[in-house]
Design a protein around this ligand. Sequence first.
Ligand SMILES: Cc1ncc(COP(=O)(O)O)c(C=O)c1O
Length: 413
Amino acid sequence: MVQPLKLETSDKLYNEALELIPGAILGIRRPYNFVVGEYPIFFDNAKGGKVYDVDGNEYLDYLCAYGPIIIGHREESIDNAVIEQIQDKGFCFSLTQPIQNQLAKKLKSIIPSCEKCVFVKTGSDATTTAVRIARGYTNRTKILRCGYHGWHDWCVEVKGGIPTKLYEDVFEFEYNNLADLEALMVVHGNEVAGIIITPLGHPLAHEVQMPKPGYLKAVKDLAHKYGAVLIFDEIRTGFRVTLGGAQQEFGVSPDLSVFGKAIANGYPVSAVVGKKEIMDVLEHDVFLSSTFFSNSLAQVAAMATIEMMEREDVLGVIRKKGNEFGKAVEDLIVDTGVPCTFSGGPWVPFITFNHDPEKKYKTLRNTFYTSLIRQKVFLQPYHHGYIAYRHTEEDLTYTLDVIRKSFLEIKQL
Ligand SMILES: Cc1ncc(COP(=O)(O)O)c(C=O)c1O
């Protein structure tokens, strides 16, 4: 195997951070989410499809900041629009700037289910807002959920610090298992305010699942049969699958949906969009406000991102590259016979190792991702990746070659 990376500066910064910040790094960026000792812990800078760590190592970045970087790092037309806003107008005011309306009109024109929208900052803000709207609109309490929806009290997996009463009305169901949802609806249906679901199934460390034919439509019908609001959590799929989200690709229009991550190529803004009648509970009955929600910088970035995506068919290009990449990885899996699976193509590519009773897959996974990172391919062992518009054909060819070599290496184990 290739030599380990030099990571002295990362390690030094990590040890320093341990003294300053609980756990040194927050949540999913902690070293145990990668291969401990093999991956860098701090990045310094990035450009296009590449990222550089604090020790000067260069990587092809296929994690894309966990989704937001859809075009590429430091994309000039987007960053310049932001810089102009800073220099010419400013962005943090006691009143709202007109860019809000422009962006709202834009979303209305591209997202099928968007009659009205509101802007918040993070994915968790957006999912929590949507859930609150659903509860306000229906005057009901219960929520059925499927997928990761962020770190807020009603949905986070780790329950420390959260009183039971804040999530006892929230029930989880399994993706693509209609019977599971039906069973919950039979018991709770008349008290269910909303069903929130990610249109693709993307559980951590497991294969990405496409919806079974008719599944999303059946979820919608079930929600409506019981008078519940259907919410699509498109924080990952929005602007990745199509500009109108996975809802457009799969032809199922939810009542509400939430978009975040990729909509501004890295700048923090998210949106709750949906039917006018439901969204309008925010006029009087449901409160939403924050010092930074109307901060316009990320809204400017979102407009510039969307304009570029429309101008250059960014998603068509990513889809083509993703399809070719996925097909090539699948061929490599067949050719080498490595016990792993490719899923999520073309939008959220993921190589997972097939579970076996002796748990050998854990060693295979660690060795494989170690080999990738040592050869400067940055992917996460437990989380699917993303392809950015700025990844070149050469980047992908190089990556496939690294994957092939790494598969051959783990065959020796
Ligand atoms: C589907 C989905 N919903 C919600 C969230 C929460 O978003 P954020 O981390 O921006 O709060 C995430 C984050 O990964 C997500 O993937």
